[in-house]
Design a protein around this ligand. Structure first.
Ligand code: SAH
Length: 289
């Protein structure tokens, strides 16, 4: 008997498996609540799954959808309502760029989480994705993309993301940029992102496995570069791959981190600003897996 036929007993709060009626998921793991701190601590201590579950079979549609909205049109309105509520909270925190808010709203964050955590997908918090890494908090994703778009009149051409993780931010970026390239150093996460993103069929997004500290010189120069992991400073290779007038946003620091915004003003001149405090997993050199 399939899971939907067997009608498992409902327990509150309901998981997204119940509220969206998504089939093809493995049984939900016990519910836990996560704050940014517990997610990061769990990730650091490796107390969560070391191998994330595969994602729901949402792509079982006759034709390939061409947009995220089309690909997710089968998700019932209840999910729309929780997404909208999260987006309102992000706007209240100061993110003003309507295109970024619309992009956050259109990307189904629960596709990027294991079933046991999917019910927390629209809480503004980082959550574990396995391998001691986390999916970023939606509000910081929105803030960083807004910073990239400021100063280029919202026209983002080619963008590079360092640290694909589960692929969530890459999917959001692809809604507001012409071309997105994203690099991940951990092969299992690169594969996870590939599998998560397959269902969304995003034509302007390319995933690469490799050391993002070296950038992706064969695909540059980039109008925007966004780092999803914190180093002590921004690697020179990434500064060199910025287009003239291009913008880079990165968390920098160790225990105490801040967002750093860099603009390439001349071929050999970059201007940098340190902005608000933030909290990211560390940037590591080389590849794994
Ligand atoms: N972008 C993700 C966040 C991922 S967490 C999101 O959408 O939520 C940061 C990721 O950066 C981790 O998966 C980690 O493995 C990766 N990372 C760390 N150092 C890296 C490097 N040198 N090159 C590429 N990826 C790196």
């Amino acid at each position: 008997m399939s899971e939907s036929e067997s009608q498992p007993k409902k327990r509150f709060p309901l998981t997204l498996d119940f509220v969206t009626g998504l089939s093809g998921r493995s049984k939900a793991a016990p519910q836990r609540t996560h704050s940014t701190q517990t997610a990061t601590r769990n990730a650091t201590e490796g107390t969560t799954n070391t191998r994330p579950a595969t994602m729901p079979a949402v792509a079982a549609k006759p034709q390939r959808p061409s947009t995220v909205a089309e690909a997710t049109s089968d998700v019932p309105l209840v999910s729309e309502a929780v997404r909208k509520a999260m987006v309102r909270k992000i706007a209240q925190q100061g993110v003003k760029d309507a295109a970024v808010l619309a992009a956050i709203e259109s990307v189904p964050r629960h596709y990027f989480l294991e079933p046991g955590l999917a019910s927390q997908a629209y809480v503004d918090t980082a959550l574990p994705i396995g391998y001691h890494q986390t999916i970023s908090k939606p509000s910081i994703v929105a803030r960083m993309i807004e910073l990239l778009r400021e100063g280029v009149n919202g026209k983002l051409g080619r963008v590079l993301e360092i640290g694909t993780g589960c692929g969530y931010q890459a999917a959001v970026l692809a809604q507001v940029a012409d071309e997105v390239y994203s690099i991940e150093r951990m092969r299992p996460l690169h594969e996870l992102a590939r599998s998560n993103l397959r269902a969304l069929c995003i034509p302007n997004l390319r995933l690469h496995y490799g050391d993002g500290m070296l950038g992706l010189p064969q695909c540059g120069p980039f109008d925007g570069i966004i780092l999803a992991a914190a180093g002590l400073d921004v690697p020179q290779a990434l500064l060199d791959q910025m287009a003239l007038g291009g913008r880079l946003i990165a968390p920098v620091g160790e225990r105490s981190q801040r967002l750093k915004l860099v603009v390439r003003t001349k071929p050999n001149e970059w201007m940098a600003d340190l902005l608000e405090p933030c909290h990211f997993v560390p940037m590591r050199p080389g590849t794994f897996g």
